[in-house]
Design a protein around this ligand. Structure first.
Ligand code: GLA
Length: 402
């Protein structure tokens, strides 16, 4: 009997410990957030520092009125420049001129529309627009955000000097969780310290993989003053190759917010930009003026068939399966076993692009139904391959269902 007791004593302790860990995991407020890539709107790409209560409320109204809420967009996120200083107790001070009723009032308004509220800060001492950052105030700020009803925090990396990126983001995640509120953590570290390797472990729900996107098609270019760099859609796209295995429910690669509708690209290019982000299972955070969008832009942002690819519950990020000069095929496995497939023509003239079933992981003798997600049309049954003419800078996006 004596021997038995000591034999069982250790495993029982281990069991208790494991059960304790499991219970702890379940009660973390941020568990189960962002099980599909977050969708919403953010102020930066169009309005930069020109943010105000009126602007944000107007955009929240437009998310509802435009049908974007129905299409799945839920977060309304204020980026940089809502904050001006810290008070004598080091509480963050809101720009009272532009947000006269404070942040809780803005959050309450957004919530009253059935939407969610996001704000922005920075892991260093200052934000990229030189406003006060979060360093040394993580827990104090997290309590404040929770009191305002914040649901989403984008945390930037300016002025972080010698800070360790992984430790810095683990710290803000711990602070947000300690506030007791479920808050999505958007790691905005620009890919410098490869956040895809540690972002999930520290409780990040998405992490930027690159520097800032710019509203243009094309690769990386120096700015006119010689400084580095302006990233077009293709520059950002190429930097996603090989990262697909790091994404999944609750933790996503973020190739940056959408530029759709901001005026620097053609509608064909915007359709490609949006389709590519959907194939990449990227967060779909619109960045245009929702109050004055043309019908063509509205129709891109609210294409429910393309959004369904992005939001597919399996949570697989798509990958490039064919590269033949300017002609590429990207494919994403979907939960029902079918594939979303994107034929991309980066070149200057229309081209025929084809995809073989083997490129998609299907045997060549399979018959499969193909549906065009921009024409909203079943194209019929195909065996072994599918091909289509693709406009310059355009895409053909289909589902292939055996
Ligand atoms: C950085 C980020 C951008 C934006 C600005 C705000 O550049 O990468 O997305 O948040 O800061 O200053």
């Amino acid at each position: 009997m004596k021997t038995n007791r000591s034999l069982f004593a250790i495993p029982f302790c281990v069991l208790l410990f494991v059960a304790g860990l499991a219970a702890q995991e379940k009660t973390t407020p941020s568990a189960n957030l962002a099980l599909t890539p977050p969708m919403g709107w953010n102020s930066w790409n169009k309005f930069a520092c020109n943010v105000s209560e009126d602007l944000i409320k107007g955009m929240a109204d437009a998310v509802v009125k435009s049908g974007m809420k129905d299409a799945g967009y839920v977060y309304v996120n204020i980026d940089d420049c809502w904050q001006v200083s810290r008070d004598a107790s080091a509480n963050i001070v809101v720009d009272a001129k532009h947000f006269p009723h404070g942040m809780k009032a803005v959050g309450d308004y957004i919530h009253s529309l059935g939407l969610k509220f996001g704000v922005y800060s920075d892991a260093g001492s200052h934000t990229c627009a030189k406003r006060p950052g979060g360093l040394g105030h993580e827990y104090q700020d997290a309590i404040q955000y929770a009191a305002w009803g914040v649901d989403y925090l984008k945390y930037d990396w300016c002025d972080a000097t010698t800070q360790d990126a992984k430790a810095s983001y683990a710290n803000i995640r711990a602070a947000l969780d300690a506030s007791g509120r479920a808050i999505v953590l958007s790691i905005c570290e620009w890919g410098t310290a490869k956040p895809w390797l540690w972002g999930k472990e520290v409780g990040g729900n998405l992490w930027r993989t690159t520097g800032d996107i710019n509203d243009r098609w094309g690769g990386q270019e120096k700015w006119p003053d010689g400084s580095c760099c302006s990233n077009g859609v293709l520059a950002i796209l190429d930097l996603q190759v090989g990262l697909q295995s790091y994404a999944g429910p609750g933790h996503w690669n973020d190739p940056d917010m959408l530029e759709v509708g901001n005026g620097g690209m053609t509608d064909t290019e915007y359709r490609s930009h949006f389709s590519l982000w959907a194939i990449l299972a990227a967060p779909l955070i619109a960045g245009n003026d929702l109050q004055s969008m043309r019908p063509e832009i509205h129709d891109i942002l609210t294409n429910k068939e393309v959004i369904a690819v992005d939001q597919d519950a399996l949570g697989r990020e798509g990958e490039r399966v064919v590269k033949n000069g300017d002609l590429e095929v990207w494919a994403k496995q979907l939960k029902d076993g079918s594939r979303a497939v994107l034929l991309l023509n980066r070149g200057g003239a229309e081209q025929q692009i084809s995809v073989n079933w083997e490129d998609l992981g299907y045997p060549s003798n399979f018959g499969a139904s193909v549906r065009d997600l921009w024409q909203h049309k079943d194209l019929g049954k195909f065996t072994g391959k599918f091909a289509a003419a693709v406009a310059s800078h355009g895409v053909v996006m289909v589902t292939v269902k055996p």
